[in-house]
Structure formats: C-alpha cells, structure tokens
Ligand binder design. Structure first.
Ligand SMILES: C[S@@+](CC[C@H](N)C(=O)[O-])C[C@H]1O[C@@H](n2cnc3c(N)ncnc32)[C@H](O)[C@@H]1O
Length: 259
C-alpha cells in the first residue's frame, strides 16, 4: 500500500518497548516518572504491568540494597524477560504474576508504585486504581504515565482523512484511548489525592521516527479494514505522509497520586 519508509510488520512487543525506551522521548518521560516517584532507600516499589522489566533496574538503584522492587504483570513471557534482565539485582528485584485488577499483594504493603502505558489497555481502569490505592501505604505514591489518544493530531491537507484516522485510533484501536486525561478524576474517585499532572507532548517531524512509535501504516490498514477509510483515502493519506513535511503530536500524561 505504501512507501518502504513504513514498518509494515509489527515488531516483537518487547523489541518495540525497548526501542521506545531508548529514544530521547522514552528516556525523558521515564526519567521524569522516576523523579516524580521520589523513591527513598529501603522502600518497597511496585512496577505494575512491568512488561520485560525495562524500568526495574532504575527502581532497584533508587531503593538500594535495603529496599524491594516487585514487577507485576499478567504475561509470563514478559516476567521471564524481566527476571532475566534483572538477574544481577535478584536480592532486590522480584517478579510476580498477577492482574492489576486483583493484585497479589497485601493491603498497605508498598511505598511507591508506577504504571507505564498499562491502564490504556486494561478492562477496568477504575478497579485497577482501587487496587493500587489498597496496596499503597498511607502517604504512599503512584506515578502513572498514559497517553491521551484523543490529542493525537497528524497534519494532512485533507482534514477529513486526519479526522477519520484519529477517530479510528480513539474509537477502536486503543481500549481506553482517553485514559491520560481521565486519570486525575479516576484517582480522585478511589480516594487518592493528585498533586501533580504533567503533560508531555512530543512533536514528531520525521515520519519514520513517528512510524516507529505510532505504526502509521499498520494503523491505517486497520482503519481501512474497520471502514474508517476507503482504499483510495488510505492510499492518499499515506502518500502525503511520506511526501510532505510531516507533523504529528500526541499528549502523554504523567499523573502523580498519593494515598
Ligand atoms: C505497553 S506494555 C508496557 C510495559 C512497561 N510498563 C514498559 O513501559 O515498558 C503494557 C504491559 O502491561 C501488561 N498488562 C496489561 N494488562 C494487564 C493487567 N490487567 N494486569 C497486569 N498486567 C497487564 C502487559 O502484559 C504489558 O506487559
């Protein structure tokens, strides 16, 4: 359908996560999340939906040898990768299989928790937040990083095509597409206080760099299959993305909430 500039086959999920984490954007927002966690030596820190464990090492350094880091995920393959990645920090880092809606952890057992692009995928974000609130100690803190796909803009001379594409992303492609914006309200709903909301808005001006994160061609194909774009519209959309000056943005929210 389109230029070889696009990555037409989806990368392996862990490769995708590692690749994004290694970008300037990935390093910046993850660094900011770590700063906002304000971790002290000896604390117990949860990474909920830890995936292949990219962030566990940084958390382990922050809690030092006297603390604990627990990576939780419902995907055993992700936990295996996380355990392998943190093998040298085994005395501090453990992994535990579990669902964020029903955490396998005691009440008031953690000082800090983080979620990073997890709540956009879960069946019931409010329930997940209730669980996070349950396992945090009084004064404990959770830092959540989630996009608001409703803020996605991709410039195109035909605004109808941009609109059809973004309508597909928010309407079908992502389960909880507006979660970034909703998090402060959902957190308040389970009794957490929200001292800080930080919007992070990358501006993509290179179509290939954007494609590596947004999967532009693959998403367009799915929007076509779902009836949001016609074949001609999809072709015209992609052709312009690779030929003209490219501009896309999406806002990612870092939300700090306290028990
Ligand atoms: C986009 S990945 C992010 C991984 C990691 N936080 C990172 O930033 O690299 C989302 C992760 O959330 C996990 N996940 C999704 N729903 C979950 C649930 N209900 N309970 C636990 N983990 C879940 C997935 O298995 C996946 O590893």
């Amino acid at each position: 359908m389109a230029s070889t500039l696009f990555e037409t086959d989806a990368p392996d999920a862990h490769v995708y996560l590692d690749r994004l984490a290694a970008t300037d954007l990935g390093r910046a927002y993850k660094g900011r999340m770590l700063d906002e966690l304000d971790i002290h030596p000896g604390q117990t820190v949860l990474d909920l939906g830890c995936g292949p464990g990219i962030d566990l090492g940084g958390l382990a350094d922050a809690v030092t040898a006297t603390g604990r880091v627990i990576g939780v995920d419902h995907d055993q393959a992700a936990l295996d990768a996380a355990a392998e990645r943190t093998a040298e920090q085994r005395t501090v880092v453990t992994t535990q299989r579990g669902d964020i809606h029903d955490l396998p952890l005691p009440d008031r057992s953690a000082d800090r928790a983080r979620t990073d692009r997890v709540l956009q995928h879960v069946a019931d974000p409010a329930r997940a937040l209730d669980e996070i609130s349950r396992v945090l100690r009084p004064g404990g803190r959770v830092v959540m990083g989630e996009p608001d796909w409703g803020t996605l803009t991709v410039d195109h001379p035909n605004g109808d095509l941009s609109h059809a594409y973004t309508r597909y992303v928010t309407g079908e492609a992502v389960r909880n597409a507006r979660i970034g914006m909703q998090l402060p309200r959902l957190a308040a709903g389970v009794g957490l206080t929200v001292p800080t909301v930080i919007p992070v808005t990358p501006v993509f001006r290179d179509v290939q760099a954007a494609d590596k994160i947004l999967g532009l061609e693959r998403t367009t194909r799915r929007a076509l299959a779902a009836g949001y774009l016609t074949e001609d519209a999809a072709r015209s959309w992609l052709e312009h993305l690779v030929s003209g000056p490219f501009l896309a943005t999406v806002t990612f929210y870092i939300v700090v909430a306290e028990a």
